[in-house]
Structures are given as structure tokens and as C-alpha cells.
Design a protein around this ligand. Structure first.
Ligand code: SF4
Length: 412
């Protein structure tokens, strides 16, 4: 389904070029992620950036919080380039960002974008000076900036001012409204200041992150109507496991459906030892299941029930999803359009053949009491019935053959 088939149109925004990637304008919604390695540990950071990029992160943000980290950034960039990984790197700066960017020109140069939080730039008079230094550095190196406001670190002076104005108004609003207004005001005032200093509008991305789903939706709806800056969407501190995924999906899907959002990041807390690239997969799956973009062939699978005799079909569904995700790293460069392929792995004949016929390739495994055979459908037609112990291998071969025959070879 193309984006044009949605009843809502994408909000118009000013496109921002970040290395080879465009955020906003007419560009598709961009997936980004952030490392959780110590940037000083160059090997670990390079490995994680490469993994995130290989999974599909189109931008990767890294923490730049110390002189050592700033020194490591150009080395990380060079090592990634040597590996053929050219994903644009975004530097995440807080209280000392102005010093690090001014003091380490190679770091400033090798990053493709700077992320700054106006609530963490400094206090009082220093805040304005330090903010100006950051923006001047961005202008000097011609780098875009994300002005990323976070409700956990709102500029206290600005918050006090807005609370004061609200208290004096004839109809004061509640605290939640004031907080949302403060987030939006901080982002818009900071962006206006950045433009005054000389940063062009097509070098500015805004975000206003909160951790509540309804608050996020309200903040972005309002922000979207009050500016045409490109917007970065994300639910901050979304949490672990299914909670983080569900909360992020709920919030982002509503906004994306309304055409709001030019780049997304899913802020999942990995389980100990968990895989950081899961946040990229979740972001891709949000966009793909909504029909906004296609990244990797999706596998439809039934939930299973008392009619399934074993976990075999669950294993097959998992196995096929992992297989196509892995193969996609090669297929992507070789075949046009393979990311749009759909697969179905079904547990029995109740819904199996019907669902299989809707997919490009579907398999319906034998349910309880059924003949131990698995009919395969290709583009709606039953082509073969698999049986025996090699169903998974044979099904993968059918998928491989389909890709080779169906999708045109890319011209290398
Ligand atoms: S397709 Fe069959 S096994 Fe799967 S949920 Fe439906 S009835 Fe159960």
C-alpha cells in the first residue's frame, strides 16, 4: 500500500539533509536508533553502530559526553567507513556540548548531525551563550541540529515563566497542559533563536519527548500545527519488553496515521544482554505494518490453538521470519521490491489455505487429526504439498526460488 492511499496526508515539513539521508520534506519516514555503548570504547561502539545500521537504522546516534568520547568520534567514523558502513552518525550532546564541539573540530566534522537539549545546555546567562556556541558550530560545519526537548529536563526558567503566565490568566489551565505548552514553547523558541543565529530552517529537526502516550499525542499534534520544522517522533523512556513496544506503537501509530512525524526512534530498554537492534526492528515493523514503508518481507502466522499438535508451526514461523530478515541483507542489494513479499505460516486447514492464498507464499501445516501434509500456495495457487522431516528446508527453497524468479535483478 503506498502512502498516497491513506486518507490523511503527510504534514508538510522542511526537508533536512543528514549525510545521505533526508528527514522530512517528501522523504519517507526515517528509522533511527541510539547506541548504549560507552563511546570511548571504540570497538564496541563501532560494532553496535554497524549492527544497528545492518538491521536497518538509517541514522545512529552516539553519546558524546566527554573529551575522550569526542576524541573517539572521528576514529569511530573512520573505522565504520573502512568497513563500508556509511550510516550517518548523530552526536548526542548535553551540558558540555559547546566545549566539546568547539574543542574537537574532528569530532564536529565527522558527525552528520548534532542533537542538543535546550534544557541541558546551561543555566541563566550561560545558557544563551552556550546554546549560541553550539548553533554557531553547526553553522560553521554546515551540520543539521535536532533541538530535542525532553519533559524530564525542561528549562526551569522557561517552565517557571509559563507557569506564571498561566497563573495570571483569566482561565488557568491544568498542570499537564502547562507542561505540554512548556515543551512546545521550549522547542519553538530554541528553534527561532537558532534561526536568528544563522542556522537555516532546513538544518533544524524538532522533538518534544514525553513518556505518556496521550501526552505525546497531544504535544505533537499541537507542535505540528505551529511549525513546519521536520519532526522526530519518539516516546521517551518507553520501557522494557512488551510495555515499551506497545506504548511506542500506540503513540507513534496515531501520529503517523495523521501524517505527523518525519523520523522515529523507539526508545526500548533492552533486557540484560538483550539485543539493541530490536528497537530498529520494532520501528520498521510499525512503519511496515501500517503500510508506510517496506523493509523486510513480513510473515503472517496464526496464533495457534488446540488444533495444533506441536510447536512445530511456531518454530517454522519464527524460523522463516529470521531467515527472510537475514537473507534480506543480501536480497536488498540484488533484487528490486523483495521487501514487499508476504509470507504466511498457518497451523491447520481452518484458516491456513485462505490466509496462504492472500500471501505471495503460504504454507498450511497439518493440524491435529489432519493428514501429515503441508500444502504450499504461491500467488494464490496451490503448487506443491510438502511432507516428511524437511518441510522447513523445502519451504525456504521455495522462498529462495520465488525471490529469484519474481523480483527483477538490480543493475549493480
Ligand atoms: S489456523 Fe488452525 S491452528 Fe491456527 S489458530 Fe486457526 S484453527 Fe488454530
Amino acid at each position: 500500500m503506498s502512502q498516497n492511499s491513506f486518507s490523511t496526508r503527510r504534514r508538510e515539513s522542511v526537508g533536512v539533509q543528514v549525510g545521505s539521508i533526508t528527514i522530512g520534506g517528501s522523504a519517507p519516514v526515517v528509522i533511527q536508533s541510539m547506541t548504549n555503548t560507552d563511546t570511548v570504547n571504540e570497538a564496541a561502539t563501532v560494532a553496535q553502530v554497524e549492527e544497528l545500521a545492518r538491521t536497518g537504522s538509517e541514522l545512529v546516534r552516539i553519546t558524546v559526553n566527554s573529551a575522550e568520547a569526542a576524541k573517539a568520534v572521528p576514529n569511530i567514523r573512520a573505522k565504520l567507513n573502512d568497513m563500508g558502513c556509511y550510516v550517518p552518525l548523530v552526536g548526542d550532546f548535553h551540558f558540555n556540548g559547546h566545549k566539546l564541539l568547539a574543542g574537537y573540530p574532528d569530532c564536529a566534522e565527522s558527525l552528520s548531525k548534532y542533537r542538543i537539549n535546550p534544557g541541558n545546555v546551561g543555566y541563566g546567562k550561560k545558557r544563551d551563550e552556550q546554546f549560541a556556541t553550539l548553533i554557531e558550530t553547526a553553522c560553521k560545519y554546515d551540520k543539521p541540529v535536532r533541538i530535542g526537548v525532553n519533559w524530564g529536563s525542561l528549562d526551569p526558567e522557561m517552565l517557571a515563566r509559563i507557569m506564571d503566565e498561566n497563573a495570571k490568566s483569566k482561565k488557568p489551565e491544568d498542570a499537564a497542559y502547562v507542561m505540554r505548552e512548556a515543551l512546545i514553547t521550549s522547542a519553538l523558541e530554541s528553534a527561532a533563536k537558532a534561526e536568528e543565529i544563522g542556522l537555516k530552517r532546513n538544518r533544524i529537526v524538532l522533538s518534544c519527548k514525553v513518556s505518556g502516550v496521550q501526552d505525546l499525542i497531544m504535544v505533537y499534534r499541537e507542535l505540528a500545527t505551529r511549525c513546519n520544522y521536520a519532526l522526530h517522533l519518539g516516546l521517551t523512556e518507553a520501557g522494557m519488553g512488551s510495555k515499551g513496544i506497545v506504548a511506542s506503537t500506540a503513540a507513534l501509530s496515531i501520529l503517523l496515521q495523521e501524517g505527523i512525524g518525519d523520523t522515529i526512534r523507539i526508545s526500548l530498554t533492552p533486557e540484560p544482554g538483550g539485543d539493541r537492534s530490536r528497537e530498529v526492528i520494532v520501528g520498521q515493523e510499525i512503519l511496515q505494518t501500517m503500510g508506510l514503508r517496506a523493509f523486510v518481507p513480513l510473515v503472517a502466522a496464526c496464533p495457534g490453538c488446540g488444533r495444533t499438535t506441536s510447536t512445530y508451526f511456531q518454530e517454522l514461523a519464527e524460523n522463516i521470519q529470521s531467515y527472510v530478515r537475514n537473507e534480506m541483507t543480501v536480497w536488498r542489494d540484488q533484487y528490486d521490491g523483495v521487501e514487499n513479499m508476504t509470507l504466511a505460516v498457518m497451523g491447520c486447514v481452518v484458516n491456513g489455505p485462505g490466509e496462504s492464498k492472500h500471501a505471495n507464499i503460504g504454507i498450511s501445516l497439518p493440524g491435529s487429526g489432519e493428514n501429515p501434509v503441508a500444502p504450499v500456495y504461491v500467488d494464490g495457487q496451490k503448487t506443491v504439498t510438502l511432507k516428511g522431516n524437511n518441510i522447513a528446508d523445502e519451504f525456504r527453497q521455495i522462498v529462495d526460488q520465488y525471490v529469484q524468479e519474481k523480483y527483477p535483478k538490480k543493475i549493480q
